[in-house]
Design a protein around this ligand. Structure first.
Ligand code: BG6
Length: 490
């Protein structure tokens, strides 16, 4: 089948997400040859009145850093592919004009009617998703279908709780089917998150150990060393559970906990993820610690009486044969002591231990998503030397060292490419989203109603001490006198 030309339409082109993530990702795809001048056009659409060159100049600012002449030349070619159309998000005129421009591009590239591809990227607040989708549906669809397509990319927040999320899903579902909708969770585009499936199901090492008989507890942790920084208004309405835990960390949990899918087909993988989510037990208040960093409310866009957590530790329990009794500790916080995202799998103690000397810690398998992607296994060894003493050491795979010539792609880059290719494996299906909201909605409603309050913590700290106590209650045993230091190139 003939493939027609590709139009990528970025709605909300003058906004933050578009400038910081969407256009840079498109540029990197262009640089690597995944978008060809011969068949791609990029359209920016927003309300602001701008010329093509105004938009190009704005984007250029984000892409010029440390540029070589070669980079500058590629950048100029990329920017020439971008056109701008201004219009509102709820009136036909703008979208008819947009459609006209897309069609002109398709005609100029001699695309056979029905073969051309239209990718709409909504870099917009979700409040306008329904009206924008309706406008696209009514004014900007491909004429017929000979292998051509129209796809819509949307990003969280998808609602604030189960009901609002389901309302949004139904509104979009009336306009587009699941195969046309790509719900981005950018954590699914991270290299080490994508590696989970291979790691778990292609290695004999892990198969017999990955269960309640051997694993004591699992932590999935996200930390940032900065606060809400200009996003206070958005953040205060959502809080850390909706911003990070209900989506990013829960998606990671699914990939860590799910059973082996029948095949790598997107539907098979997503079927298994849904099963895990449906097996999560209701959250008890004693399994939750919330925090809010001191100074959060100084932000003028945050209410003085805000109850919004900027930190949370939530222990989830999965009620199935593999995981009963194994706590999954999800922890996320802003304004903490460092920036890190990792999965920490802690194994049980060895039964009938014969090494009398005090051991430093348990076996742990750590997958560090960022920064410095790595995997390491903490294990107990004989301390080198004449004495019979044990010591904690590690088997280490640090990507920077092992794959020196590889540049790890940005999450958005990979996900946009998947969208063009029609691979939905790394996107969230409607029933998955619903199951994720079912887990957190009761807790979120109780927080919103003031039944649980965040504990203040100092910016730059580990978060509230109560969170460490919860961790210990859940069974996590801290290692003493040992930290893993990412190896660097000599
Ligand atoms: C976003 C959140 O989804 O993820 C932000 O809204 C957060 O609050 C960001 O800072 C973190 O993404 P990353 O890729 O930098 O870990």
């Amino acid at each position: 089948q003939e493939v027609g030309c590709l139009s990528i339409i970025v709605l909300g082109a003058s906004g933050d997400l578009a400038k910081k993530k969407t256009f840079p990702a498109l540029f990197h795809l262009f640089q690597q040859g995944f978008l060809q001048e011969s068949d791609v056009h990029i359209f920016g659409y927003a309300r602001t009145k701008l010329s093509d060159d105004d938009l190009r100049a704005r984007i250029r600012g984000y892409l010029e850093k440390g540029a070589s002449t070669e980079h500058a030349e590629v950048l100029t070619r990329f920017l020439q592919l971008i056109k701008y159309v201004s219009g509102s998000y709820d009136s036909k005129d703008g979208f008819q004009l947009l459609n006209k421009k897309i069609s002109e591009h398709e005609i100029s590239k001699n695309s056979q009617p029905g073969t051309s591809r239209r990718l709409f990227y909504l870099a917009l607040p979700p409040s306008v998703y329904p009206s924008v989708c309706k406008m696209i549906r009514e004014n900007c669809m491909n004429q017929s279908d000979l292998g051509g397509w129209t796809r819509i990319v949307v990003e969280k927040p998808f609602g604030k709780d189960l009901k609002s999320a389901e309302d949004l899903s139904s509104q979009l579902g009336e306009l587009f089917n699941e195969q046309q909708l790509y719900r981005i969770d950018h954590y699914l585009g991270k290299e080490l998150v994508q590696n989970l499936l291979v790691l778990r199901f292609a290695n004999r090492f892990f198969l017999p150990l990955w269960n309640r008989d051997n694993i004591d507890n699992i932590q999935i942790v996200f930390r940032e060393d900065f606060g809400t920084e200009g996003r206070g208004g958005y953040f205060d309405e959502y809080g850390i559970i909706r911003d990070i835990i209900q989506n990013h960390l829960l998606q990671v949990l699914c990939l860590v906990a799910m059973e082996k899918p029948v095949s790598l087909k997107p539907e098979h993988i997503r079927d298994e993820k849904v099963k895990v989510l449906q097996s999560v037990l209701p959250i008890k208040h004693e399994d939750v610690v919330l925090g809010q960093y001191e100074g959060y409310k100084d932000d003028p866009t945050v209410s003085d009486s805000s109850n919004t957590p900027t930190f949370a530790t939530v222990v989830l329990h999965i009620h199935n044969e593999r995981w009963e009794g194994v706590p999954f500790i999800l922890k996320a916080g802003k304004a903490l002591n460092n920036r890190k995202a990792e999965i920490r799998i802690q194994f049980k103690d060895v039964p009938g231990d014969i090494f009398k000397c005090k051991k430093q810690g348990r076996n742990e398998f750590v997958i560090r998503l960022q920064p410095s992607e790595a995997m390491y296994m903490k294990l107990t060894l004989k301390k080198p030397g004449l004495e019979m003493q044990t010591i904690q050491s590690e088997l280490d795979l640090s990507y920077g060292l092992r794959y020196q010539d590889v540049k790890i792609p940005e999450a958005y880059e990979r996900l946009i490419l998947d969208t063009i290719r029609g691979d939905q494996q790394h996107f969230v299906r409607r029933d998955e989203l619903k199951a994720a909201w079912e887990i957190f909605t009761p807790l979120l409603h109780n927080i919103d109603a003031g039944q649980l309050n965040p504990i203040p913590y100092k910016p730059g700290s580990r978060g509230p001490a109560e969170a460490d106590e919860l961790l210990a209650r859940a069974g996590y045993v801290q290692t003493h006198g040992y930290i893993w230091i990412p190896p660097t190139l000599a």
